[in-house]
Design a protein around this ligand. Structure first.
Ligand SMILES: [Zn+2]
Length: 441
């Protein structure tokens, strides 16, 4: 009798182990099945390393890429092809950020019930969150200049525009050059870092609002330059007497240098980190480049310049757009995605900024548009913005324009950087306007 009990117990244990392993397998299959099917050595899915069949569309259903029997073709419009190169990928596979590689399972049409079965051999459909019209507008507005354009929906976290220049026509690629150094294969909005220039004043502003008592009552005075630690912080001209709002709207280096010295390097560093600018940010598992903030020595010229976005400051355009999205969204930065959201349920947020601080900064960015950038230059858009003209040691500075539009139907935050192109608002401002006009259409 005892022996039978022991055997029954052993059998029960065995059954439990089998059930547990089955449950584990089913769970892993449900979660990772698409990746397994999309693994490039799967002969049912790939021909010579290329996806056999599938379609990539933009958020409005416009076809950006189709592949049949392993032969891919890109969009018909020349500008759309170039604008979408870095988010779709190239045939040679040099562009690692491409959807062809990162969403292979979805493009192939994998689903947990039917596997890779596709009745008509057409594969699946991947619907990206980008807007082909905004992509095209960004590419054309960059007009041959190098740079990065990132637009995200600050409510859903969807990337609406992600354009990198230089690019090439994927239907007519250049000679294969895996050791290329021109950066033509780099997806700049994700992988580049740039000196932020005065766009970084938004971070210094946030730190000042939260750490300096009565900072809004303070009077700032600019004579055009300020002596610090044996060197000089300079402005383009003397800004005269200002309140804090004016210091941002006029982008006064002396006022922000003074605030940086007062706040100290450690505090500024803490804010740059908290706002996600020094970390890699995830876009569906693709990672942005990490930015950098080095706190210069207390009281130093370097510290003063770092608060105005110079010295060793570096930021990534997509991370900058995410930071601005948090300003627009009362402090909440949405998780970023390249795939069109079909449901609001899955959206998660990082609360990176105090809501009152975010709302106050949004007001001041509104003031900057009214006073400096001119609402007439952005017709129909309720724009909040900050420009940046980043000195990078060449003849011409990098031009930045970042901000968002206050529009419940089109909640878009953006970061535009045009390399070696001139003044922020006059060069990058029109690029931002062109992209936003196309995105709200
Ligand atoms: Zn000044």
């Amino acid at each position: 009798m005892k022996r039978i009990q022991k055997r029954a117990l052993a059998v029960s244990l065995l059954v439990i182990v089998i059930l547990a392993l089955t449950a584990l397998y089913v769970t892993r299959w449900a979660v990772h099945g698409g990746e397994w099917a999309g693994f490039s050595s799967n002969g049912d899915a790939f021909t010579a390393g290329r996806i056999r069949a599938g379609t990539i569309r933009d958020r409005d259903g416009e076809t950006l890429y189709t592949v049949r029997d392993g032969e891919g073709s890109y969009a018909g419009d020349d500008s759309v092809r170039r604008a979408c190169l870095h988010i779709i990928g190239d045939r040679a596979g040099f562009i690692g950020s491409g959807a062809i590689f990162n969403y292979a399972g979805t493009i192939l049409g994998y689903d947990p019930v039917n596997g890779l079965y596709s009745a008509d051999g057409a594969g699946g459909v991947l619907t990206l969150s980008v807007d082909a019209g905004a992509q095209k507008a960004a590419w054309e507005a960059l007009d041959g200049r190098n740079g990065a354009v990132a637009v995200i929906n600050y409510v859903t976290g969807e990337v609406v525009c992600c354009v990198s220049s230089p690019a090439f026509d994927p239907e007519n690629p250049p000679e294969a050059a895996p050791d290329d150094t021109s950066g033509i294969y780099m997806n700049r909005p994700l992988s580049a870092v740039y000196t932020p220039g005065s766009t970084f004043k938004l971070i210094t502003l946030a730190a000042a609002i939260e750490n300096i008592e009565d900072v809004f009552d303070r009077d700032f005075h600019c004579t055009g330059s300020m002596e610090v630690g044996g060197g000089r912080v300079t402005c383009t001209h003397a800004h005269g007497d200002m309140k804090l709002e004016d210091a941002l709207a006029l982008s006064c280096n002396c006022a922000f240098g003074q605030l940086a010295l007062e706040l100290g390097g450690e505090t500024l560093q803490k804010y740059a980190e908290q706002y996600g600018l020094t970390k890699r940010q995830s876009v569906d598992g693709l990672h942005t480049a990490a930015g950098r903030f080095d706190a210069g020595a207390e009281g130093s010229l370097n510290l003063a310049w770092s608060g105005a976005g110079q010295y060793n400051d570096l930021v990534n355009p997509m991370a900058m757009a995410r930071f601005v999205a948090a300003i627009a969204n009362s402090g909440d930065a949405p998780a970023l995605t390249m795939v069109k959201e079909t449901t609001r349920l899955g959206i998660s947020y990082d609360h990176i900024m105090n809501a009152a601080t975010a709302d106050k900064i949004a007001q001041i960015m509104d003031y900057a548009v009214q006073r400096t950038y001119g609402p007439e230059n952005f017709p129909g858009l309720t724009l909040r913005a900050k420009s940046g003209t980043a000195e990078v040691g060449t003849d011409r500075p990098n031009a930045w324009f970042v901000g968002f539009i206050e529009d419940p139907d089109h909640p878009y935050a953006f970061a535009v950087c045009v390399e070696n192109a001139g003044f922020g608002s006059s060069v990058a401002g029109p690029v931002a306007n062109a992209v936003l006009q196309a995105a709200v259409e």
